[in-house]
Write a protein that binds this ligand. Structure first.
Ligand code: UDP
Ligand code: MG
Length: 266
């Protein structure tokens, strides 16, 4: 299990306890990644690690972000299957068994879809909806809406992604793009147990842009095409202005040179 934690001190003891209850009979390791927390998260992690042999941790030197914390966890994980989940109990530990069941059936990626529920704010629902619409349109991926970084990866998949040297990680896209035998399960999201969201609107927007630009060349193509069209139109207009200057006496003094300069620079 890998769990990125950024200022989650109030969630860690109960989260670990619930996970251990759910998958008690499995041979397991729980890797908690302290992603530059400024509260008592690291102490809480050390505390559970001292009490449970299965718990290990990684301490980041500063906040590197959720997606990088997942990468660090994957790099260090040793299990035959690896599950990543949030630390705030929104991804309910009671779903773990269903993930493992699917894996035992032979699926190599088991991802999850949140059944939308009332606890999610209206803005979260609406921004998530548009995010997936735009991302899928631009990238040609067919990501399911309401999927989060709550999924199981078989060792085979983990070994592949460990060799990824992407600097802008976007696990939803990467794990979709990889292929492999995939299965989906639905879960009822819980409320955040304690603390506040680490994804305010500004961060969500930059996450969305990262997702779109790392999986699509469409924005680049679009700007190239628009640039070519605008240049062509400018060229035609400049030619027209020059023709007016040469063949008529209509242009005001200085208009042609000024216009051609502006069009060229523009
Ligand atoms: N997280 C992290 N580093 C960050 C931001 C978030 O490790 O810079 C972790 C956070 O502790 C949580 C998970 O990523 O375990 C998802 O964050 P959060 O629950 O705040 O996002 P939300 O569910 O509100 O979208
Ligand atoms: Mg959350």
């Amino acid at each position: 299990m890998i769990i990125p934690c950024h200022n989650e001190e109030g969630n860690i003891p109960i989260l670990v306890e619930k996970i251990l209850n759910e998958i008690d009979h499995y041979d397991k390791e729980i890797i908690l990644i302290d992603d530059g927390s400024t509260d008592g998260t690291l102490d809480a992690i050390k505390n559970v690690a001292a009490n449970h042999q299965a718990v290990k941790y990684i301490q980041f030197s500063k906040n590197f972000g959720h997606q990088n914390a997942i990468k660090a966890g994957l790099d260090l994980s040793k299990g035959a299957a690896v599950i990543m989940m949030d630390a705030d109990l929104q991804h309910p530990p009671k779903t773990l068994k269903a993930l493992l069941e699917k894996w035992k059936e032979g699926y190599e990626i088991v991802y999850t879809q949140r059944k939308d529920h009332q606890a999610l704010s209206f803005t979260k629902k609406i921004t998530a909806y548009f995010f997936y619409k735009i991302l899928n349109w631009l990238s040609g991926l067919k990501l399911d809406h309401s999927t989060a970084d709550f999924r199981l990866l078989d060792r085979k998949v983990v070994d592949v992604v460990k060799n990824f040297h992407e600097s802008d990680l976007f696990w939803r896209g990467i794990t979709f793009w990889l292929g492999f035998k995939r299965a989906k399960i639905s879960y009822q999201a819980e409320d955040r147990f304690s603390g506040t969201t680490k994804y305010p609107f500004s961060k969500m927007l930059s996450f969305a842009i990262k997702g779109i630009t790392s999986f699509s060349v469409k924005p680049l193509r679009l700007s190239t095409i628009m640039g070519v069209i605008i240049s062509a139109l400018s060229l035609i207009y400049a030619a027209y202005a020059i023709a007016l200057y040469i063949f008529t006496d209509r242009p005001v003094e200085g208009w042609t040179s000024l216009l051609v300069c502006i069009l060229f620079l523009g």
